[in-house]
Every structure is written in C-alpha cells, then in structure tokens.
Design a protein around this ligand. Sequence first.
Ligand code: ADP
Length: 207
Amino acid sequence: MKLTDRQQEILALVKEQEPMTGDDIANKLSLSRATIRPDLTILTMLGFLGARPKVGYYYEGDTSDFKYMSQVQNVRVRDYMSMPVVLEEDSSIYDGVVTIFLENIGTIFVTSNGDLVGCVSRKDLLRATIGKLALEVTPLSLIMTRMPNIICISPDDTIYEAAKKINAHHVDALPVIEKQGDKNKVIGRITKTNITRVFVELGGLYE
Ligand code: ADP
C-alpha cells in the first residue's frame, strides 16, 4: 500500500509540529477537516500517527503489521458515529414506530428535556404493538429500557471499545453521550453498521 501525496504531506507536517489537532492540520493545508478525515483515519490505523483525546495527533514513525493491528484501537467513536435519532419520553409508541420507518433506524434514544433517560429498540416497539396498549396515547417511557441500564459510549472512546460493549451486552446500538452539567446529552449513535464500516475500510487497506 502506498500513501497518497496528501497523506505524506500530513505526515511531514505532524512530524515537525506535533501535537496537532485535526483542525490545525486542516488549517495548515487550507483544507476542511472533513476532507482530511479519511487521511487521518488511515494514517492512524496504519500506525504512522497516534491520537490522544484533547491533545491531538503525534508522529509515531515507522509501521509494522503488529502496530497496524494495535492502531485499530486508535479509531475514535467521534469520527465514525452517526446522527442520533431522539424522541422525548412523552412521545407516543405510535410516533416511535413511525420514526423507526421514516429514519430507517433500529433504536430510538429517549430523552427528558434533553437528558438521556432510556431507549427503545425495534423489538420493544413490536412487542408493544402486539399487546393491548393504545399506541397513540401510551408514552415511550412506559416500554423503554431505562437509565442507569443504558450502555453508553463517549466520543473520545475507541471504536474497539464500542464494539466490545455492543458484543458484551447484545445490543445493536450505543448512544454517544457528552456530559452537559448534570445532563447526559446524546450527540451521536454507534451501531453495528458503523462498526462494519470501520472493518471494511480496514480490510480495504490490504486489498
Ligand atoms: P432488538 O430488541 O430490536 O433486537 P437490541 O438487541 O438493540 O434490538 O435491543 C435488545 C434490548 O436491549 C431492548 O429491550 C432494548 O431496549 C435494549 N437496548 C438497546 N440498546 C441498548 C443500550 N445501548 N443499552 C441498554 N439497553 C439497550
């Protein structure tokens, strides 16, 4: 595998000026953060760059297969998460079902004034629809899995940690949360689909 000109440029820049945040690098190259994101991911996964939350990227130097594998653990949730789909706890089960179809997702995160209080999955909703509940007037809060039992992940955690949690707890999705005062604000979601994407990108590096 050969690095592109831009990836080599990034490497030279970080080697000289480490640590650098993604924004610093983008600014120096007069590119947007979104444009260089795939390059940073590849350089991190290959072990050329290291990444520390709140510090930035630093030069790691030469690489080997072993190092490449260990860099799998350097891919951050923040860079691969999807937009969360969130409903307030007094939304109806009917709204939940409609949302699952409209947004083409499997898990809805439930909030109370912006604070994560629970989640409902496809099967939670399916179960409710075969019961005797009045779907349009029964709130999601009645059927949701509640905090503190929600398995969450932070944007600075690694995708590897997210995958381990998804496996260990047999769930399809994790809310990505950020503390805001005493509230847990949902800023993203990580699902098995996101994990698969990383896996495929990683495999593609050796094709
Ligand atoms: P499904 O129920 O459609 O198969 P999941 O396997 O994700 O989807 O959900 C299984 C159960 O775990 C559901 O009752 C759901 O409310 C709950 N659940 C889903 N995601 C989480 C999570 N991140 N933390 C805790 N519980 C969850």
